[in-house]
Design a protein around this ligand. Sequence first.
Ligand SMILES: [Zn+2]
Ligand SMILES: [Zn+2]
Length: 334
Amino acid sequence: MVKFFGMKKAVINNEKIILKETPKITLDGRKGAVVKVLGCGLCGSDIVKLVHKISKDGTVLGHEIVAQIVDINSETGFKKGDVIVTSHHIPCGKCVYCRHGNVSMCEHFKSTNIIPGGFSEYVYLSEEHLQNVAHLKPENLTCEEASFYEPLGCIVRSIKRSNLLDGDTALVIGLGSIGVLTAQALKAYGTNVFGCDLLDERVEFLKSFGINAFKTLAEDFKADAIFMTSGADKALTTALKHVRNGGKIVVFSSTPHDETAYPNNEIYYRELTVTGSYSPSPADLKDSLELLKSGKVNVADISTVYEFDDIQKAFDDTMSNRIMKAYIKIGEKQ
Ligand SMILES: [Zn+2]
Ligand SMILES: [Zn+2]
């Protein structure tokens, strides 16, 4: 009798996510590791890729994985049975982008990935992943908590991009999961943080972490740096109003309409700096894991857990703002 070693993966199919049975990923003599995915966070960028049809049918989304090594051929110290976190892209470290600190613009960074993608029962990680961006999951974190390793890495990078001084004031606009984590991380780095959002429950949620949060800020409130986790028109107006002269606006979200522009004269006469921040470097990811491990950033109540079979519902609930962040439980630890 022929035994079928299959696995399930979630693929895009006609603007929906469906589960599909495929042959199980194997190492096949390659270097690297095959990991059993225990869970994977659903990132805002996954939603954008689905809704704006950036990714084709058949694509497996997801990159915020926590996984257990089931087969390995590597020069690293990782071994079979280890539970790890990893991110998906690795910079070359040598190109013009890498040398200027824009690792997420690196061609190698963009070409590397986890295969087939995080929303899959098994995933192949290259030796490069193991050497640069994979770490053992800290014992004191649940898998769900550890899945914030990559998104928090993006946040660490955005904070580094702002070059804030000790005791500076920062305003986080938009208090979804990324906003709440950004505010917590800023606080951990010694910044005087304020958050704002149009939704009462989000304002209250940030306050529960001991961080000042408002629906509207005092007219004369000024911040040294503004973190844009929302790309709405109103968020832009708020940012320009509350950034101090000479201050920074860190753009950390997409906007529904591409023609949105920052006014030239405000930037010029007020000497503002507008800076984008996209994806993290291996060093940012290390810092992220430290923030999670130390409890300085608390992610315990941010995500909602979904079974793999309910992945479409996880997408729907995220898009309709019913939840802050979805974590898809995919496999059990062996
Ligand atoms: Zn992500
Ligand atoms: Zn590079």
